[in-house]
Design a protein around this ligand. Structure first.
Ligand SMILES: Nc1ncnc2c1ncn2[C@@H]1O[C@H](COP(=O)(O)OP(=O)(O)OP(=O)(O)O)[C@@H](O)[C@H]1O
Length: 451
């Protein structure tokens, strides 16, 4: 190593020590080593200062008294695991008798200051064990997904959480989702990430894009069915309900065979069926859902009722048939008419981008977590794409999807176009692909698209 390299290394390390700037590159080069040392050296004293120690047991005090030794120190939680990561540190702590996970959660802000970290969060792993995640810099400022993510069928790594972990959209664990946000808050980018994540998987994508198709039609090569207006959407949703009924018949037929065999698994959903007969799962993406629920005439009101009834049926029964809903909109409350709150109750995964008022935040989290409502209102307007993701357990996280441009999403969809399954029930809605010279044809029921 030359003298120049040594000098450069020392200057950069000193810059970090003096806290001039601590961006991602600094963290990955020096920050992680310095922070690890800092946490290990200061651990006992910081835990004591943050009120996370317990007095020594009586037998140790008695022993010290008998042996005429100094009184033993209070004990911090045991470090069970210490893991430096790409964005910070992860500690597994074994709690001492009398401590609980809430104590650590309540002290997280004090720990953050004491260890000079950007963020500290904690969660209970199991009884007596707490995981503390520390981040060295603002990981949501410029989102970089880790190169290695835990890939499983129907589980999409869609965003990064503020604690540096990956936020997955797991369709098998949480089948249906609602994504809300004001205009220009980042809903479409989030949805684009979902489509790009689903594209390489064995899944059929169905899109209803009431913004005249501007968001989803460019991705048409990877979509098995698309609708760009409420009339087509109503027919498409009816076709999906028929498909769902067909899949239920298939599951029942399979149950008749296996129920006679004493120890065999009995199919309860498509994932219990043998691979060769399992129908392909379907993800239905609806952009700007309010457009489907608005009406101006009697005719449109009938169409609206048909659409909402089909959506409610899919939300209630679709999971076992492998049909998952991903609904996106600016607002989604009772003001949109009957059936909406019933539908919302079935959409377990909730994501709220920046909203303009508390009522909109309440539409996402009012029925599950008041803290999440507050966090959603506090999202700054300038940080587009920042969102609060929660579920019906009341747990929530601050997340941000990587900035995927429409071009990048189109390229991903085109690359995986050969994976687009042809679903016979949805054949009339399959987008027609035409060359760019023929593209200026008005959008119709089977709209031509280009990408
Ligand atoms: N995760 C992100 N990271 C960085 N920038 C983002 C992110 N998400 C959105 N943006 C920026 O915000 C702009 C608006 O995003 P997007 O089009 O997704 O908003 P929207 O909520 O769908 O708006 P509308 O409802 O008006 O269509 C994008 O052009 C992009 O530049």
């Amino acid at each position: 190593m030359t003298a120049f390299t040594v000098a450069l290394v020392l200057v950069v390390a000193a810059a970090g020590l003096l806290r001039w700037r601590r961006p991602a590159w600094y963290w990955m080069t020096f920050g992680v080593t310095l922070a690890s040392l800092r946490v290990l050296v200061r651990y006992a004293s910081v835990m004591d200062a943050c009120g996370l120690t317990v007095p020594p047991p009586r037998w140790r005090l008695a022993l010290a008294r008998i042996a005429n030794r100094p009184v033993p120190d209070s004990r911090p939680p045991r470090i069970l695991r210490f893991r430096p990561t790409r964005t910070g540190l992860v500690l597994r702590l074994g709690l001492r008798p009398g401590q609980d996970a809430f104590d650590v959660a309540a002290a997280s802000d004090r720990l953050r200051h004491s260890f000079s970290m950007y963020g500290v969060t904690s969660r209970e792993v199991r009884s007596g064990v707490v995981e503390v995640r520390m981040t060295g810099y603002d990981v949501l400022k410029r989102v970089q997904m880790p190169a290695k993510v835990d890939t499983r069928p129907m589980r999409v790594p869609v965003a990064l959480r503020e604690d540096g972990s990956v936020h997955y959209r797991d369709y098998r664990a949480v089948p249906h989702a609602l994504t809300l946000g004001a205009t220009e808050s980042g809903k479409s980018v989030y949805q684009r990430n979902l489509v790009a994540g689903l594209a390489p998987m064995d899944v059929a994508l169905v899109g209803i894009d009431c913004k005249q198709g501007v968001e989803l039609f460019p991705l048409a090569r990877r979509f098995s069915a698309l609708a760009d207006n409420p009339d087509t959407a109503a027919d498409l949703l009816d076709a999906l309900v028929s498909r769902m009924e067909g899949v239920y018949q298939l599951i029942r037929a399979e149950q008749r065979i296996t129920s006679a065999v004493p120890d065999a698994e009995i199919a309860a959903d498509i994932w219990d069926l043998p691979d060769d007969i399992r129908p392909v799962p379907v993800v239905v993406l609806v952009d700007e859902v309010a457009e489907l629920a608005l009406f101006a005439s009697k005719e449109e009101e009938k169409r609206r009722d048909r659409i909402i009834t089909a959506l409610v049926r899919l939300a209630q029964l679709g999971r076992a048939a492998g049909i998952y809903l991903e609904i996106c909109g600016q607002r989604f409350g009772s003001e949109l008419g009957k059936g909406i709150t019933m539908l919302r109750a079935q959409l377990t995964a909730r994501t709220a981008h920046r909203v303009n008022d508390e009522t909109s935040a309440n539409m996402a989290f009012g029925d599950i977590s008041p803290d999440a409502v507050l966090a959603a209102i506090q999202i700054p307007a300038e940080t587009r794409g920042l969102a609060i993701a929660g579920d019906s357990t009341g747990g929530w996280h601050r997340i941000r999807a990587p900035h995927t441009s429409l071009r990048q999403a189109v390229n991903t969809c085109n690359r995986h176009a050969d994976r687009t399954p042809a679903l016979p029930e949805l054949a009339p809605f399959r987008p027609e692909l035409v060359s760019s010279s023929e593209a200026l044809v008005p959008l119709s029921k089977t709209a031509p698209v280009t990408a």
